[in-house]
Write a protein that binds this ligand. Structure first.
Ligand code: GLC
Length: 395
């Protein structure tokens, strides 16, 4: 199985779009002009920003890295850049990325950076080949070469001024081929991993808000999903996913060898809204209880036939993951028909009762042939709030 060095991370979408609290792409989606957006962004001066609180929340959930939106599509820069005035120093007077990098360093949390290729503030940024564009404004001079020079200058600031960066997350493929951009990123931080949304293929794939089919990923993969259904940035009227829904997709992605970025959008002050923080904690508790199943290098069983569970094997250990919330306290593992030496429910750490039995429905009557016994798990906690159960069988 192909796995990236770190499995579970926190995605953080934060910028002036937290002020209207609607969606991170509000400027494009609501057709807001550049000057009007800039006037709104001028009030972006987060006062309660406490990056250590973010890092501690991520730690609590067992996350190993944070991927932060250094620049989203609006073009607003969350660090002290010399390349544009449209940045956090001019509105809030503090380099929030530097503070985050410091908090990460202090708590041994890796840091990754998200950098949007669409840039609705740069006069050269418009790219007719790409999605997520705002139409150029009077005086703009779309120019891909000139824009790439700007990007390179910012990449240099980001990759030389904020310590080691674990992964580089380009967003929105420009549909222009230019491998020199990734070469440049790598020249500044040779160990960095680069995603697949830039000017060339990159090191890892990034399925978004979805769980691809299959047993394993053919290359490095980092899936991403937000705790909220409608926005990555802070949304006041957000409808949050259930922890069970999120945990189920995380479970499958991890089973396939992928990594997972779970996103939150802090509010205008930099505070992660409590419902989002609570989801991270709940998913994190689940993850920490079952993490062994992913950390042990278990390989998915591709020939597995029991439809109720996914299965992965590591030597004599077989890990079973329920695919759906239990409908009763028992689980049939047909066609499995041998007793394990032991069975443990990782979610609780408790032993699981196993029986080899032919159940009434499989007795065919006096003159028929009864079906052979199959392995059953009994007295499982049905009231599990729908979180995936992970059972370790030892053979
Ligand atoms: C999409 C969205 C963008 C978001 C990203 C996260 O590409 O356009 O707003 O940041 O997904 O992966």
């Amino acid at each position: 199985m192909i796995t990236m060095p770190k499995r579970f991370g926190m995605f953080i979408h934060w910028g002036p779009y937290a002020i209207p609290a609607w969606h991170e792409q509000i400027r494009m989606r609501q057709g807001i002009g550049r000057a009007e957006y800039a006037a709104m962004a001028a009030d972006f001066a987060p006062e309660k920003y406490d990056p250590e609180a973010w890092v501690k929340l991520a730690k609590e959930a067992g996350m190993e890295y944070i991927c932060f939106t250094a620049k989203h599509h609006d073009g607003f820069c969350m660090w002290n850049t010399a390349e544009t005035d449209f940045n956090i120093m001019k509105t809030g007077g503090r380099d929030v990325l530097a503070e985050l990098a410091e908090a990460c360093r202090k708590h041994d949390m890796a840091l990754s950076l998200y950098y949007s290729i669409p840039d609705w503030n740069h006069p050269c940024g418009y790219n007719e080949l790409s999605t997520h564009q705002c139409m150029p404004e009077p005086g703009d001079t779309p120019d891909s070469e000139a824009y790439r020079a700007y990007v390179r200058a910012q990449v240099k600031e980001l990759l030389t001024g904020y310590g080691p960066i674990y992964t580089w997350f380009w967003d929105i493929p420009p549909k222009i081929d230019d491998p020199s951009m990734n070469d440049y990123v790598r020249s500044l931080q040779p160990g960095i991993l680069i995603n697949d949304r830039g000017w060339s293929e990159g090191d890892f794939s990034t399925p978004e808000r979805s769980v691809p089919d299959g047993d394993t990923f053919p290359r490095y993969t980092e899936a991403c999903q937000s705790v909220g259904q409608y926005s990555w940035g802070y949304r006041e009227a957000e409808e949050y996913f259930t922890p069970a829904f999120l945990a189920r997709s995380i479970d499958k992605i991890f089973l396939m060898g992928g990594s997972y970025l779970l996103n939150v959008g802090p509010d205008r002050d930099g505070v992660i809204p409590e419902p989002a923080a609570e989801i991270v904690r709940t998913v994190g508790r689940w993850y920490l209880s079952v993490r062994e199943a992913f950390a042990c290098g278990a390989e998915p069983e591709s020939e597995w036939k029991c439809s109720a569970v996914w299965a992965a094997r590591a030597g004599e250990r077989l890990y079973l993951h329920t695919k759906a919330p239990l409908i009763s306290t028992g689980l049939s593992l047909a066609p499995l028909d041998t007793m394990p030496e032991s069975a443990v429910l990782l979610n609780t750490g408790e032993p699981v009762e196993c029986v080899l039995e032919t159940y009434p429905e499989d007795y065919t009557g006096t003159f028929g042939v009864n079906r052979p016994p199959v392995l059953r798990l009994r007295n499982l906690p049905a009231a599990d709030n729908g979180m995936p159960l992970v059972i370790r069988l030892l053979y």
